[in-house]
Design a binder for this molecule. Structure first.
Ligand code: FAD
Ligand code: GLY
Length: 377
């Protein structure tokens, strides 16, 4: 009788937790190792937009994957709530991209036609009727009913606790310190606590994922792109749909809260939120919704988007070491991509493929030969 494979996932962010759930559901023996708390990295700092049409994607394959992933969420969130009891705060009020003048309105209408994606044009009258708190004088908006949003920390917890309910082990406050390899095969993971013997390891450690690979002579280049968000609370709800403009997004959350984001600072791994960023985010937000000036400031936070040199995630196995996989580098869209990432990687780990998506552009060793040739760093 063949022995059941054991899998260790390093990282309890949205990616590691989503994969943990998928694998546990498929009957695998899974351990998720998280050095801090669930969603303590980028996943707890995100805005939670599942914006497959609004966001720009670096590759058509990633765009396809984003849409497939977004469309999985309504049913998946329902399933996770039933299993874990955690409500990920799904909001299905759609997304609005408004225009400030005639030229912007023409550009957006052309964009809508060219994209051929779901979305409709709202006249200024329809816009001010649906969203009366928006500033006067807007010249219309694209409304996309398919775009949705969630509370990302809750989604991560819902994945992780559903994984646990399906038999996975969650080890929090436990750091993975090295990966043991023998004869080019994974043997296990040394942690700050116990040694975990396993056949397969998945690296899902966010922007710091590469650290564990360096002793193995492997590379997985990632840089942090710092992002900051401000939360305000208003007396009455000011926005139904999520406002997704080029300069800013404003995401309505439960309890009359608005999340206003985000800055984007490449290479910055610092933790704090600068006063300048708060001032800039709030003043830009007030240009769209003047009443924001009278809102209560609640809090602000920062996180680090994990970005690869080509902006694509790393998804798949390393050819050099059997049993070693990566699921990292989801940059601006890890919450959105988490559902499909789990399905794709779980199939890859079984040696099968998922119809509709080609994983070749996401190979984790795509920069390895460049490192060896001295082209990276
Ligand atoms: P992380 O969430 O960083 O998780 C990695 C985890 O691994 C961490 O918890 C870390 O503690 C752990 N870890 C690392 N090394 C070890 C180790 N050696 N041992 C044990 N544990 C380890 N995406 C969207 O889809 N929609 C959005 O609206 C959105 N908005 C964003 C807004 C901001 C301001 C930011 C910063 C990001 C946003 N993103 C958004 C991007 C998204 O947050 C990331 O792509 C996603 O969270 C990455 O998830 P992850 O699990 O790979 O990484
Ligand atoms: N996807 C939104 C952000 O990264 O800020």
């Amino acid at each position: 009788m063949s022995r059941q494979r054991e899998v260790v996932i390093i990282g309890g962010g949205v990616i590691g937790s989503s994969l943990g759930y998928q694998l546990a559901k498929q009957g695998k023996k899974v351990t998720i190792v998280e050095q801090s708390d669930l969603a303590s990295g980028a996943s707890g700092a995100a805005a939670g937009m599942l914006a497959a049409d609004c966001e720009q994607f670096e590759h058509p394959e990633l765009q396809t994957m984003a849409k497939m992933s977004r469309d999985l969420f309504p049913a998946l969130i329902h399933e996770l709530r039933k299993i874990s009891g955690i409500d990920a705060g799904l909001n299905q009020q759609g997304f609005l991209t408004p225009a400030r003048d005639k030229q912007e309105a023409e550009n957006l209408q052309a964009e809508l036609l060219a994209a051929g994606t779901g979305g409709e044009w709202w006249t200024p009258e329809k816009l001010s009727q649906a969203e009366p708190a928006l500033t006067e004088g807007l010249t219309g908006a694209i409304y996309r009913s398919d775009e949705i949003q969630v509370i990302p920390s809750k989604l991560t917890e819902a994945f992780a606790y559903s994984a646990q309910a399906e038999g996975a082990v969650l080890l929090r406050q436990t750091e993975a310190t090295s990966i043991q390899v023998q004869d080019k095969r994974v043997q296990g993971v040394q942690t700050s606590g116990v040694f975990l013997r396993c056949d397969q390891v998945v690296l899902a450690g966010g922007w710091r994922t590469e650290q564990l690979l360096q002793p193995l002579g492997l590379t997985l280049p990632l840089e942090p792109v710092k992002g900051e968000i401000v939360e305000v609370r208003t007396r009455v709800p000011l926005l139904q749909a999520t406002l997704y403009a080029k300069s800013i997004y404003i995401v309505p959350k439960p309890g009359n809260r608005l999340w206003i984001g985000a800055t984007s600072i490449p290479g910055d791994s610092s933790e704090g939120v600068s006063a300048d960023s708060i001032v800039r985010l709030l003043s830009e937000a007030a240009k769209w919704i003047p009443e924001i000036r009278n809102a209560q400031f609640e809090r602000a936070w920062a996180g680090h988007r994990p970005k690869s040199p080509d902006g694509l995630p790393y998804l798949g196995g390393f050819q050099e070491i059997q049993g070693l996989f990566a699921a990292a580098g989801h940059y601006r869209n890890g919450i959105l991509l988490s559902a499909m990432t789990a399905r794709l990687l779980a199939s890859e780990m079984e040696g099968t493929t998922t119809p509709g998506i080609n994983l070749v552009p996401f190979r984790p060793d795509r920069f390895q030969h460049q490192l060896e040739g001295g082209l990276i760093r």
